[in-house]
Write a protein that binds this ligand. Sequence first.
Ligand SMILES: [Cu+2]
Length: 262
Amino acid sequence: MSRKIMTLTLALVVATALIGLSAQQATANEGINIGGSTLAGGSIKGSVKFEGKQVKRRKIKMSADPYCAKSHASNISLNEKFVFGDHNTLQNVFVWVSGGIAKGDYPPIHTKPLLDQTGCMYVPHVSGVVTGQEFTILNNDETLHNVKVNPKLNKPFNEGMPVKGMTLKKTFTKAEMGVHFKCDVHAWMSAFIHVVDHPFFAVTQQDGTFEIRGLPAGEYEVSVWHEFKRFAPTAKTIKVTVEAGKASDASFTYSPKKKKKK
Ligand SMILES: [Cu+2]
C-alpha cells in the first residue's frame, strides 16, 4: 500500500470512528428540544437566553477509573452543570407546560426514552418522561455503573450495572421535577429526569431553542427548570395563548442570582 493510500485509509477509519461516536451521542439527545404530541394543534416555540457573566465549565477528572479516562483521551469531558451555546443561550433547560393541560389532551405515548451511560457520562444529561411511561437505562461502557435515585415522590432505586449492554427498565408513576441520577462508582456522573403528567415538554440544546408541538388551542402556563441554583430566570412561568395551526412564542432569560448583601 502506498503511503498516500495508507494515510487516506487511516483518515477514513478515524472519521468513521468519530461519526460513530457522535451518532451514538446524537441518538439519546436527538430531537430532545422538540416535544409535545402528534396532534395537529398549535405549538409553543421559544428560546432560553443567558444574560451576564458566563462561568467557565470545569474539567471532569476521570482518572479514578482508567476505562472512563481512556474513553475521553482526545476529548476532555466538561462538567454539564451549566452549558452555554454560541449566542448567549443556555442548554439543558427543561421547559414544560405547567398549567392548562386537561387529561386526555394528547394521544397515547409510544416513545421509549433512553438514559445512556456512555464514556462514564449520562446521555442525555437532562430529559423528561411521562408518568407511567417506561424508559430504559443502558450501560454502554465496559465498566461498572451503579445507578442511584432518591426521588421525593417516586420509588427510589439503587442498582449495579456491571456488564456492557445491560439495561434496566424503569417507570415513574408520580409527577416530579428534577429526579437526580447519580452513580456510586463515578462521583461526577449526574443526570436529571423530570416526570410530567403529559408529553408537553422539551429540553433546550446548544442553540437554546425549544418547541412544544400538538397542543389544543387554549391558555397555558409554561415553566422552566435548570439545575444550577446560582442561576435564576427573570420569569419562571410565562402565560401563553395557543391557536390552532400557529406557533406562539415563550422565551426565557436566565442570569446569575444577585449575591445577598451581608
Ligand atoms: Cu458510573
